[in-house]
Structure formats: structure tokens, C-alpha cells
Design a protein around this ligand. Structure first.
Ligand code: F6R
Length: 622
């Protein structure tokens, strides 16, 4: 959803900014551009396409400059084109600006500026900013004042960075879009996300909404809207530069699929008390340890509402099933639905925002809606310092490390593992007490998933090493459509399998609750469609009815499920097995096969696996 970077310091700015843009391409790759402060003023280079196209456009002209800004775009206002690429400048080319977000009142500002004699060369909302600044400069304001006054005029969401001719400085601010300061030894950086400068520094300061940051030869200064200096101690991020690089892999997605055992170990490390549970768990022993939520903290919670988007929404749905197993009423809503049409919540409701990036606009909007209610809020996120982590009452981190591939993989597994621990924490605190299942029995007791979670990384490793999905991707490459079905925890996994498949192969893929197939979608099932059935070891006999319904219409059925599920294995045409495990966690293992199925199917079709068309990783507009 657009990535911005700025750099001020000693040495070559261009190389570092281009490297940073490559690391931010997961946020958008419709166009790329840089503006460098040179002896003559400001040099701007920009091109439609990925950073490589920009590098070609710059060619042998390697402008010197130690100060600059850069941008990689996911189009909102105006098609992908050279003209709409950032940075945008004023009429004289003395002010250059990069922007991530949306300026809602750009049309009225454009009219006002045109009436003042300003001309525009792009269709973007962003272009009003350099013109607003240049008008203030012409009126005698210094660059920082001009920047502040321009920002005061705009409405919407933004992270902005600006360079002006004659000043070795960068001016930046944010409101609703991410911006993080990186403190290096030879240079300081500002960017939408840490991987942009992780090669140079892991010391960061998270910028808050409405603060203004000035980077110059003297270092950096953060100030509040009144201009008062803000002191904030730098933090050290735990990610390493290697985490954000492909290494020996062709694609980040494949690297991130393979990383899942390591990530899951990080997710659960120090949080599981397997022995405590075996001993009966006295005084909190046996309860997963989540720092933000000490034992007893969640005792007043009667019900849980998850809000999330895309893959995180599927993880949230999975979490919902786990909570229901423990007798805790829970529901999951697409975040944009909750934001504009919230369900009733009270002071006994925990609203859990599940978001890898912590910056998804829809999810932040639903957190804002929850904030305006008596409900308590919790962010389950991968990014320390993200907006969601700071907005919610509490935050639990999934510790998956940076995920660069646009298609989320390792973060799904780590989200589900985190939600399983959260579910146990809630149950151990007595959350949802009094709720009964339709059968009438109170079921609010902890499930003892800790031991299963502890072995999950090793089990995932065996699936990652299995080559079965690659063979099936090849064998069924000619199908007209792919339908994924599952029940219980297998249902969100079916949805996730279909999402992964469609987003990187561009083939028609849909996920359904297995029992829903016969209520409409079956009309689409023919010998030319493939049905992928997820088995978890729980209620598989019912899923097998649905499998037979598809088979009797001639569809080949691929099953994914536990090694010991012979009935499932015998019923389907092909079977991808996962090690036997707790039925509630089998879905995480099955999902790894589905990730690999999508990956190999996309590779056969020669798709842009890490950067699928029209998509961006971090969707920071509603
Ligand atoms: C799909 C995918 C997206 C994200 C969604 C939410 O592979 O990655 O569907 O899951 O945009 O993003 P986060 O989790 O950052 O809120």
C-alpha cells in the first residue's frame, strides 16, 4: 500500500534508497521513484513498474547526493504510470514529496491551488502537498513551517516525507499510516517499515500520529504538533537483515513457507508450560504465558469478537473455533464490516484485532470502533510498534519475523498458534463461564493444547519437506476451477487454501464450509473442477458425505488430512497426509500442504508469486 523511505547522512543516498525500495516492494509495485538533493537542487527519477524499471531509467546517470526520498506505489488515485509515480513536485521542482495513504480533500485543495496559478501534472491526491508547501515557502515560511502548514490543510491518512532544494534535510510526518525512524551510524532513515533500512540499523524510533520529524546533518528531531521536542528512547528490533532477504530461494513465499517450523518455535518459546499442565497447573502453572495478559487478567471476559482481514481473518475464524471448543462464545467478523456495522459489544467483550502488519486500515478502523465502546481491545500482531499494537489496550506478538511475500504464509501458522494460547489463557481465567454448548453441557475448561503446540514446529517440518503438493499441482494444472472444503477448523483452512490459490495462480478458486457445497456451489462441480477436502480427524465422516456428493458429479477430489485417517485416504483420488496430531491443530499442518499446492501451481504458470497482480501486502486504505 505504498512504501516510502527517506535517508540523510554520509555517503551514497541513491543506492541505499533503491535497496530500501526493493525491500518495501511488498507494499506496492506499480511504480517507483526517488528524489535526491544535489548541488543543483532536486533530481527526480520515476518510472511505472518495479524498482528495476527505475534503475534502468536512471541508467548510467548516478547522481551524487546524501539526502533523498523514495517511493514504491500501490495505485489508489490515478492509474500506474510515470506521471502518477511519486515523488511529486511543485511547479518549480523545488519541493518533492512522497506519500503513503489517501488525501481525502485533495480535489478542493487542487481547485484552490489552480486558482492561485499552480499547475498539476498527475492525477494523484499527493500532488497537492508540494504545491501547498511551495505556496508557504513563497510567502516566506521556512521549510519546516511550510511543511507543517501544508499538513494542517490536508485530511485523510498519510505518511509523508519531503525534500526541498537548498536544504540537506528531510521533513516527515504521519497520520494513520506507518512511519518508523532508523538510527544508523552513517545515516538516519525514515520508512514505512523496518526492512527498508534493516541492512543498516536495527535501532528504531516509532513515530506517532501528528508528530513531525526532521532529519538533517545534526541528526534527528521529533516534535509534536505545537513544535515541542518529543524525547523517545530508541528500541532495538529483533529482526535481522537476513530475515528480509531471499537468500538461496527464488521467492520469499517459498522461504517463508519453509521458515514455519522456526517461526512457530519463536511463537511458543517461553510461553508454554507443558509440565505445569501435566501436573494439574497450580497457581497459573500450565497456563500459556502471554506477557501482556498475566493470569486472572481475562477473568471478566464473557465473549470474544475477532476482527481481521484476508488471511488474518481466516486465522481469526480458526481462533473462534478453538474458543468455542472451550465453551467461550466467539465470533469473527471481517474488519471492514465491523468498522461500519459493528455487532453489539459490552464491557465483558474482548475485541481481538488479528493483523500481521498491524497497519491494515480496515482492522484499525474496527479497533477505533471498538475503542468507542465499553469493550476491551487486544491486538494479535507480528509487528512490535505497529499502529494496532499501540492502539489496542493490550498486544500479543506472534513473533514470526518479517514476512515479505505478499501472500501470507508463516504468519497464519503463528497467528493460529498464538490464538490457541490465548484461548487457553481465556479458559483458564474462567472467561465465558456459564456458556453452554447446544447439547447443554458447560465446556469451559482448558484443553491442554500446550503439549500439542510444543510439538507443532517439528510436525510442520515434516509437511514442509513433503513433495506431494508439487506433484498434485502439476497433475491437476488443467482444471477449470478449484473448490476447497472443510469443517470445524478445516473450514477456515479451506478458505485460506482457496485464497492462497487464487491470489498467486489467478485461477478460479473458492472455499466453502463442506456442508454448504450441496446448497448451491455443487452446481459448479464438474469433472473439470478439482475439489480439495480438508480432514482434521474430527467429524471427517460428515465431510466424506460431501466428498461423495462431488465425486458423483465426476470431480476429482484431493484430500489433505491425518496419516491415520484411512477412511478419508481411501475415499479420495489423491491424499496429502500430515502427521497425526491434536485434531484442533491438524488444520495448521494441512494448511502448509495447501500453501505448497498454491505455490507450485503458481510456479507452473510462471506467476509473479511474491507480487501478485493488483495486490499489496499492507493495505493501509479502507
Ligand atoms: C493474503 C494476505 C492478505 C492479508 C490481509 C490482512 O495472503 O496476506 O489477505 O492477510 O490484507 O493483512 P494484515 O494481517 O497485515 O492485517
Amino acid at each position: 500500500m505504498c512504501g516510502i523511505i527517506a535517508r540523510v547522512g554520509d555517503g551514497d543516498a541513491l543506492g541505499e534508497i533503491l535497496g530500501g525500495l526493493r525491500n518495501l516492494e511488498y507494499r506496492g509495485y506499480d511504480s517507483a521513484g526517488v528524489a535526491l538533493r544535489t548541488e543543483d537542487g532536486i533530481d527526480v527519477y520515476k518510472r511505472e513498474g518495479e524498482t528495476d524499471a527505475l534503475v534502468d531509467a536512471i541508467g548510467d546517470r548516478t547522481p551524487d547526493g546524501t539526502v533523498g526520498i523514495g517511493h514504491t506505489r500501490w495505485s489508489t488515485h490515478g492509474a500506474p504510470s510515470d506521471a502518477n509515480a511519486h515523488p511529486h513536485t511543485d511547479d518549480e521542482g523545488r519541493v518533492a514529496v512522497v506519500h503513503n495513504g489517501i488525501i481525502k480533500n485533495h480535489e478542493s485543495l487542487r481547485r484552490e491551488l489552480r486558482a492561485d496559478g499552480h499547475t498539476f501534472t498527475s492525477e494523484t491526491d499527493t500532488e497537492v502537498v508540494p504545491h501547498l508547501v511551495s505556496r508557504e515557502l513563497a510567502a516566506g515560511a521556512d521549510p519546516e513551517t511550510a511543511f507543517r502548514r501544508a499538513v494542517d490543510r490536508i485530511e485523510g491518512s498519510y505518511a509523508l516525507a519531503m525534500v526541498v532544494a537548498d536544504e540537506d534535510a528531510v521533513y516527515a510526518t504521519r497520520s494513520g499510516s506507518p512511519l518508523v525512524l532508523g538510527l544508523g551510524s552513517a545515516a538516519n532513515y525514515l520508512a514505512s517499515d523496518v526492512p527498508a533500512f534493516l541492512e543498516f540499523t536495527d535501532r528504531v524510533v516509532y513515530v506517532e500520529d501528528d508528530e513531525v520529524v526532521v532529519l538533517d546533518g545534526a541528526g534527528y528531531r521529533i516534535s509534536d504538533p505545537d513544535g515541542e521536542t518529543v524525547e523517545r528512547a530508541p528500541e532495538t528490533v529483533e529482526w535481522t537483515a537476513g530475515d528480509a532477504q531471499k537468500g538461496v530461494y527464488n521467492h520469499f513465499m517459498r522461504k517463508e513457507i519453509d521458515e514455519q517450523p522456526v517461526c512457530l518455535r519463536q511463537t511458543v518459546d517461553g510461553r508454554l508450560d507443558v509440565e505445569g499442565r501435566a501436573d494439574g497447573g497450580e497457581g497459573g502453572g500450565g497456563t500459556p504465558v502471554l506477557d501482556a495478559l498475566p493470569p486472572g487478567e481475562l477473568s471478566g471476559i464473557a465473549n470474544v469478537v475477532f476482527v481481521a482481514c484476508g488471511t488474518s481473518y481466516h486465522a481469526a475464524m480458526y481462533g473462534c473455533v478453538l474458543l468455542k471448543r472451550l465453551g467461550i462464545p466467539a465470533t469473527a467478523m471481517p474488519a471492514n464490516e465491523f468498522a461500519h456495522d459493528p455487532m453489539p459489544v459490552g464491557d465483558e467483550t474482548l475485541v481481538v484485532a488479528v493483523t500481521q502488519s498491524g497497519e491494515t486500515a480496515d482492522t484499525l478502523a474496527s479497533l477505533r470502533a471498538a475503542d468507542a465502546s465499553p469493550a476491551r481491545t487486544l491486538a494479535v500482531t507480528n509487528v512490535v510498534g505497529s499502529t494496532a499494537a499501540r492502539m489496542a489496550d493490550d498486544a500479543v506478538f506472534i513473533r514470526a519475523g518479517p514476512e515479505i511475500g505478499v501472500a501470507a504464509t508463516k504468519t497464519f501458522s503463528s497467528q493460529v498458534a498464538t490464538l490457541a494460547m490465548l484461548a487457553e489463557r481465556l479458559a483458564d481465567d474462567g472467561a465465558g463461564v456459564g456458556a453452554t454448548t447446544p447439547g447443554g453441557a458447560a465446556v469451559s475448561e482448558a484443553a491442554g493444547w500446550s503439549a500439542s503446540l510444543a510439538s507443532l514446529p517439528d510436525l510442520v517440518e515434516t509437511v514442509v519437506e513433503d513433495g506431494g503438493a508439487a506433484r498434485l499441482a502439476e497433475a491437476y494444472a488443467d482444471a477449470e476451477a478449484y473448490f476447497f472444503i472443510g469443517r470445524g477448523t478445516g473450514y477456515p483452512v479451506a478458505l485460506e487454501g482457496a485464497l492462497k490459490f487464487k491470489e498467486i495462480t489467478y485461477e478460479h478458486a473458492e472455499g466453502f464450509a463442506a456442508g454448504e457445497l450441496k446448497h448451491g456451489p455443487l452446481a459448479l462441480v464438474t469433472p473439470a473442477t478439482v475439489v480439495v477436502a480438508v480432514f482434521t480427524g474430527r467429524n471427517d465422516d460428515v465431510t466424506l458425505h460431501n466428498v461423495r456428493e462431488a465425486q458423483s458429479r465426476g470431480a476429482p477430489v484431493l484430500g489433505v488430512g491425518p496419516a491415520s485417517s484411512t477412511a478419508a485416504r481411501d475415499a479420495v483420488d489423491e491424499y496429502l497426509e500430515v502427521p497425526d496430531a491434536d485434531p484442533e491443530l491438524v488444520g495448521v499442518l494441512a494448511n502448509v500442504h495447501l500453501q505448497l499446492l498454491a505455490y507450485h501451481a503458481a510456479a507452473i504458470r510462471d506467476r509473479a508469486i511474491d507480487k501478485p497482480r493488483n495486490l499489496a501486502k499492507s493495505v493501509t486504505v479502507e
